[in-house]
Structures are given as C-alpha cells and as structure tokens.
Write a protein that binds this ligand. Structure first.
Ligand code: C2E
Ligand code: CA
Ligand code: CA
Length: 788
C-alpha cells in the first residue's frame, strides 16, 4: 500500500526513499500483526542493509507478484493441461511461426506463469476463431472485446482485461474529418473487436470493413475512407508509420481480453485470470518493448511478409539497400526510444535512470572522492498549489539549469522527479565540497527573488570513499576488476539511499537551505526511528504506554495544587523509553493523536475512580500535541471522553505551546475559546523556550503560564538578569490575572529565589519526580490539596 493511505491496522514494511510501503491487515487482527511486527523488527535489527536491498530490487524492474493457486487449481495444473488457442493467420500480433509478436509473447508469458501448455490452432480468420470457441473446438483466443452484448452474440466468455491499447488511426494532417467528426473509418475484418471498442467511443463515425490492411490503405489513398485503423497496440513502438498518412491517437481504448469458450473448464478462466491480475502493467509494457522490431531478423521477416511480391521482383541489390535503410531508420527510432526513457519530461534533461547508469559507469572506473547528493526543493507542493503547476515546472527547470551549470565536466546532475535532484560531484576534500554546496544553495536565494516564494533546499550527501581501510560492511565497487554495470548500479542505489536517509534527518520546514553528510549515527538513528515506528501501534494495544503524574505545588507551603500527566513507554524488555525519543517522531507520523487521547482517557478514568471512592482529586494537566489540537472535532472528542467518564471539566487542564499559535492563529483561538467555555483550564507550556511573545500573555486567555525549565538551567540561575526577568514576568502576569508556575525546580536555592520573585507555583524534582498512578494515589492521599 502506498504511504499516503496508511491508517489503522497498517504497518510499515519498508521506506523506499520518502514513501513508505505497508502491509495492510484487517483491523485488530493481532494474529497477523503481532508476528509481522516482530518479524519486521528482527529483520531491521539483524539486517541493517535490508532496506538497501529492497531498494535495489525495486530499482531493477522487479518480477510480478507471485501467483497463489487454490488446491483444486493446483491439482488441475499438475495434470499439465493443454489448452487450445485459436488464432487467426491474418492476425499480425499473433504469429507463433515468426515469434516476436506481442500477443504471442503475452501468451508465452501466461504459459510460463501458469504452468498451462498452449496448443496453437491457426484459423483462416478472426470470425473463424470466434466460431471455434463457440463450438468448443478451441478453448481460448488471444483477444476479444470484453463487452457483454458482443460476447453474448458470439456465445463466448472473456477473461480479465490484460492490456488497454490506445486505438490509433491513420489520417491526414489537415483533414477536418477526424475521429468523432462523423468520418468514415476503415477496418479490416480481423479488427472486428477493435472496431466495437472504437464505436463505443465514437458512435457518430461510420465503419467500413475491408478484407485486409492493404485494401484499407488503398481506400484511404483514394479518399474512400477518411481514416483507417492502425493495427498495432502502442503504435509508436511498432512498424513504420504509413508514408502518406499520419498516426493519430484517438480517445478510444481497446481493452484486450482473452476470449474463452463456454465449453472450456472453468479452471481455465480462474487460473489465467489470476496470472493476469498478478501481472503488472510494467511487465506488459516491457513485453511490448521487447517485441518492437529491433533485431535485423525481425525486420527482414516483417518486410518479407508485407512486401513479398515486390521483394521477389526487386533486385538483390535493391533489397540490400532497402534493408540498410530500414535498419538505420529502425536503429534511429530505437535510439530515440531509449533516449526518451532516460530523459525527464519536465526538464528535458537526464532523469534518475540515466543518472544511475552514468554514475555507475563513472564510479566503476574510479570511485574515489565522489560526493553523491540528493537535493530537495522544500514545499514544492505548496508552491505548485499557490502559483500553479506551470510556475512550479518553471522553478524546477530553473534549478535544473543552475545545478547543471555548477557541475563540472565528468560530474553529473539530474532531475529525479517530485522536486528532487541528484548530483555526483568530485571534490578533493570536504572543505571544497562544502564550499561548492554552499554556492549551490545560493540558487535557492536566486529562485526566491525570481519567484517571490520561500524557496529552500534540503540536501543529503553520501561520501564515496573507497579507502584501503574501508570497513567490510560497506562494500564499494572496486575499480578495474571488470565488475558488471548492474552490480555497480546497485551500489549507486545504495549510496543514494544513504544520501536520502541523511536528507530525511534534516528537520523540515527550515527557511535556510541545509545539507547533511551521511554518517553511521544518522543510519543508526534512522534504524531506531524505524524500530520505534514499527513497535508503536502494538505497544499501545499491549499496554506498554503508561501515564505518570508529576505533582504541581504551591511553593510557599508545598501544598498540592495539581499534577501534570506525562506519558511513559515501557517495552516488554522493561526498558523505559522517554518522551523526547518518540514524541517528535509521533508528531511526524500522527500517532501522537492516539497517544494523547489515550492519556486523556487514562487520566479521566483515574479521576473517576477517585471520585467514586470519595477521595480528593487535584486538577490534572494534559499535554496536547498540535496534531491533535488542530484535528477536526478536537473539542468534541475531548469533552466526549470527559463525559464518558463523567469527569467535571474543571478537573482537566490542557497544556499547549505557543508555537501552535503560529500554525493557524484563528483556529488556535477558536479552539481555546471552546475549551474555556466548556470549563477546561488552559496552560501555556514552555514559556520562554524559543521565541516567546508578550502578546501570548494576555491575548489568548490562559489561566496559567508555565515558565520553561530553561530559565533554571545550570548557570542560568546565577545570572541576575534571569531573576529580573522572572520577577517582572510574575508581576506582569499577576496584574493580568494569570498564574505563573515554574517548571524544573530542582534545588532549595532555586526555590528560595522563586519565592523572592513572588512566583507562587512550581513543579520539579525538588518536590517530586513523575510517578506511576499507584504511587501518585498515595501521594495525593498524604498531601493537602489547595485550590488555586
Ligand atoms: P514538558 O511538558 O515540558 O514536561 C516536563 C518535562 O520535564 C517532563 O519530561 C518531566 O519529567 C521533566 N521534569 C520535571 N521536573 C523536572 C526537573 O526538576 N528537572 C528536569 N530537568 N526535568 C524535569 P518528560 O516526561 O520526559 O517529557 C518531555 C516532554 O515530552 C514534555 O515536556 C512534553 O512536551 C512531552 N510529553 C510528555 N508527555 C506527553 C503527552 O502525554 N502528550 C504530549 N503531546 N506530549 C508529552
Ligand atoms: Ca507540559
Ligand atoms: Ca514544559
């Protein structure tokens, strides 16, 4: 499953560049998920290069999904059934004697994948094939139009569509009679199915049927038809376009499906359909490419079949000449095709495939001191959305040009799509490379001026060393040992993965361009992040997350005024993971929402229990992530959970940080208002960390401001100015009617200074560390409660 679709009951299998792939299971299917989770975890831990290998196999066009047959299908296949294939002698794409034709190649593939054996029965015409199926003298035929009324009229069935061929016609350049304009269209009898497909898109056109393609062409030359049908799928790959006409693609598609006899065993349909379903479009495309007439033999055969009389009459010399011309033409077209496959459509420059090939060649010769970089235009999607695709494309081309200009001879620069570029640079040392990269990042400033948009790059770099002291696990292509290019390419893919990993570790959203060079630490961090992501959903279901409470006290008498709920993760191995390690990750992947709701639910349950037991209950503060806070129906969700446990709103506080207001101030205010109206307390967390604004103090109506523990950080508390700031803040807040609570109080000395600054409330190890709910129960029982 593609990464953007993830939801409950999915799990990451692999992260290939930026898009993760997932297994999908039924929700709550622990029988599958638990072993899967464990297997993935083991794989990632034991095989650090697992992702790289995956990547390699994704890059070299991979084989299709394996087909799984049912037991009865297997039994039937074990008898090595022979299936009779009726095909028309006139069918160009189906000629086992000559081979190399698309339909024939396709059937051969079906044979290989299914284990069925095909017996080919040539028929005089397409109609004869249809009849053979209806009579049961043959089991299948290679292509029919899978439309119900047609199939019924012929008394046959069809398999799944295996290829959607774009219907192409031959027309004249300046002719007004084009498909869809009531024109007359020439078809051959062989193309009966294609004609039906054509008519369903262009019912206003009049079909005319001819015995063969030559007759079609002649009628076209004489003006008897406006256009005639070109008989090959993927027209551009087949044969030469006619000399007197132009290949015109139409909007009509011909869905090709196997024709199946009603007398054939139902297993024929089920087995062949399964193979067809498991065949990727990439495989079909590759088949089409492979049957393009690229060998000399193919060309001669085709030519001989088409122009037998002329050829026989012609002289040997002429034949040789023609063949030479055909070959040259053919080769040129093949070169064009290959060039197109290696060119990026937006920049018209080299694409990723080209880059990989060229890089492999360069590195094969001498891999030393090369730097492989990926450069990503940040937020290209936003730019596209705000300014339109055309501006986005123009920006892409601009950067492409500038990057190419900054690359030297023997170096590479390519656009790999989705706003990402690839560079292979050679630099004698890291200083030189850094200078060049900084220069390259200045392209962002140029683009910013030019497009009036905040353009910046994030770049990941992998340094290809090949030193003698290289470690074993990081193999490199060695020069001059004659290793093949495929192996070399797989190395490049792996380096690219390292560079992408480095790029992914750069915090996003920066305004300045940044680059990061891959090192072991980054790799390890990525592995760890992967490990955490793999374990998180399970962990929540298995109760590995628990809620701890840290008391908040009145500084003067240490009476309890409330507590902050803090999440803890204790794995099955008993090891405690602290929030700083997973919260940033969960904020990225959205899991924090579930976690925050879990905390709220646990806290509410705890409050309910105490209320039921008739015990005292302090208000509990809960940290809210932005992912949750800005989610639809957030306030309803929170109130719903409180209501479910019948917990009065005033016993709940939410802690938010000021950076959340930057995201969407309007929504921020709206949500805070709604919470306040419902009676929930509001605290501003981490005040003074980062950029704090005084406006925060009054414009959002917070009940409590929590001074960040950075104020009390070692060294800080000695500075007189810190205490001046704290006492002024306390003073200002008091006058605004807002309480101030200082976080991270650890020493008696800090306490005294806070008291001297008239700060009333505090939280910190001096009073108590966060503790589990059971310990906290006892703590609350033993301490006096003060109402703020
Ligand atoms: P925070 O909201 O600023 O939470 C206070 C952190 O300071 C807690 O770290 C707490 O254990 C720690 N702390 C308390 N007293 C002292 C002290 O005297 N000295 C020092 N040095 N530290 C003290 P913790 O539990 O590791 O949480 C870290 C951060 O993770 C929290 O910072 C909060 O931003 C986030 N977090 C924790 N639980 C949750 C949660 O349930 N949901 C969300 N969204 N975030 C949470
Ligand atoms: Ca907090
Ligand atoms: Ca805090």
């Amino acid at each position: 499953m593609d990464g953007v679709l993830r939801g409950n009951g999915t799990k990451v299998v692999a992260t290939i560049s930026t898009d993760p792939f997932f297994f999908v299971t039924r929700k709550d299917d622990m029988e599958v998920m638990a072993p899967l989770n464990e297997a993935m975890r083991q794989i990632l831990l034991n095989h650090p290069s697992y992702l790289a290998h995956l990547y390699d196999s994704y890059l070299n066009i991979s084989s299709d999904v394996p087909v799984v047959f049912t037991r009865s299908e297997c039994r039937w296949l074990a008898t090595k059934p022979a299936i009779r294939v009726a095909y028309s002698r006139e069918q160009d794409m189906m000629d086992p004697e000559f081979g190399g034709n698309f339909l024939y190649a396709f059937l051969k593939m079906l044979e290989r994948q299914s284990g069925i054996r095909f017996e080919f029965l040539p028929q005089p015409s397409y109609d004869a094939c249809l009849k053979a199926l209806a009579d049961g003298t043959a089991d299948i035929m290679p292509d029919v139009y899978p439309q119900l009324s047609f199939l019924r009229s012929q008394n046959i069935f069809s398999g799944r569509t295996f290829y959607n061929a774009l219907i192409t016609v031959v027309g004249r350049l300046h002719d007004k009679n084009i498909p869809g304009q009531s024109c007359t269209v020439g078809f051959t009898r062989e193309m009966r199915s294609v004609m039906l497909a054509y008519q369903s898109t262009y019912p206003e056109d009049t079909p005319k049927i001819f015995p063969n393609i030559d007759a079609c062409r002649k009628a076209f030359e004489k003006g008897e038809v406006d256009v005639y049908l070109w008989p090959y799928p993927a027209a551009s790959l087949q044969d030469d376009p006619p000399k007197d006409g132009l290949l015109l693609p139409t909007r009509a598609m011909y869905p090709m499906a196997l024709g199946i006899s009603p007398h054939a065993s139902p297993l024929v349909t089920s087995v062949l359909d399964k193979v067809i379903t498991s065949t990727t479009t990439a495989t079909i495309d590759a088949l089409l490419l492979s049957v393009a007439p690229d060998s000399l033999l193919d060309v001669i055969r085709r030519f001989l079949r088409r122009n037998l009389v002329e050829t026989l009459c012609g002289l040997g010399l002429l034949l040789g000449l023609i063949m030479l011309l055909v070959m040259r033409h053919n080769r040129r077209r093949l070169t064009d095709l290959r060039a197109a496959a290696l060119t990026d459509p937006v920049t018209q420059g080299p694409n990723r495939a080209r880059f990989l090939m060229d890089a492999a060649k360069i590195l094969q010769k001498d891999p030393r001191r090369y730097y492989l970089s990926t450069i990503n235009i940040r937020k290209l999607k936003l730019i596209n959305r705000a300014c339109g695709l055309r501006t986005g494309d123009s920006l892409i081309r601009f950067c492409n040009r500038e990057f190419a200009l900054r690359s030297r001879q023997g170096e590479l620069a390519a656009y790999s799509g989705s706003g990402r570029y690839l560079l292979l640079w050679k630099c004698p040392d890291e200083t030189t490379f850094t200078q060049r990269m900084e220069e390259l990042c200045s392209v962002a400033d140029m683009a910013r001026k030019l497009y009036q948009r905040p353009v910046s790059f994030s770049c990941g770099v992998y340094v290809i060393r090949n030193d003698a002291d290289m470690e074993e696990h990081e193999p490199q292509p060695t020069s001059g040992t004659g290793k093949n290019i495929n192996e070399s390419m797989s190395f490049v893919s792996r380096y690219l993965l390292y560079a992408e990993t480095a790029e992914a570790s750069i915090a996003s959203g920066g305004y300045r361009s940044q680059f990061l060079i891959y090192n072991e630490l980054i790799g390890a961090r990525q592995l760890k992040a992967n490990d955490i992501e793999n374990r998180m959903v399970n962990a929540l279901e298995h109760g590995e997350f628990t809620v701890f409470m840290q008391p908040q006290v009145c500084l003067a008498d240490r009476k309890l005024i409330g507590a902050e709920a803090l999440i803890r993760w204790q794995g099955p191995d008993g090891k405690m993971v602290y929030p700083d390690e997973f919260i940033p990750l969960f904020e990225q992947n959205g899991f924090i929402r579930e976690l925050d709701l879990f905390v709220l639910d646990t806290v509410c349950a705890w409050i309910r229990r105490r209320l039921d037991e008739g015990k005292k209950v302090p208000p509990i503060s809960i940290n809210q992530s932005k992912a949750l806070f800005f989610h639809d129906n957030y306030v309803e969700t929170v109130l719903g959970i409180a209501a479910r446990h019948d917990v009065p709103a005033h016993l709940l506080h939410v802690e938010v940080t000021e950076s959340m207001a930057w995201l969407d101030e309007e929504a921020f205010i709206r949500t805070l208002d709604a919470l306040r109206r419902a009676g929930i307390g509001l605290s501003l967390d981490d005040f003074g960390k980062g950029y704090s604004s005084m406006a925060m103090l009054h414009s959002f109506g917070f009940d409590t401001i929590k001074l960040d523990r950075a104020f009390l950080a070692p060294g800080q508390e000695k500075q007189r100015s810190v205490w001046i700031i704290i006492s002024s803040l306390v003073d200002m807040a008091r006058r605004l009617g807002i309480e101030i609570l200082c976080e991270g109080v650890e020493t008696e000395d800090q306490l005294q200074k806070l008291l001297a600054s008239h700060c009333k409330y505090g939280q910190g190890y001096l009073f108590s560390p966060p503790m589990d709910l059971e310990t906290f129960d006892a703590y609350v029982d033993a301490h006096e409660l003060e109402r703020k």
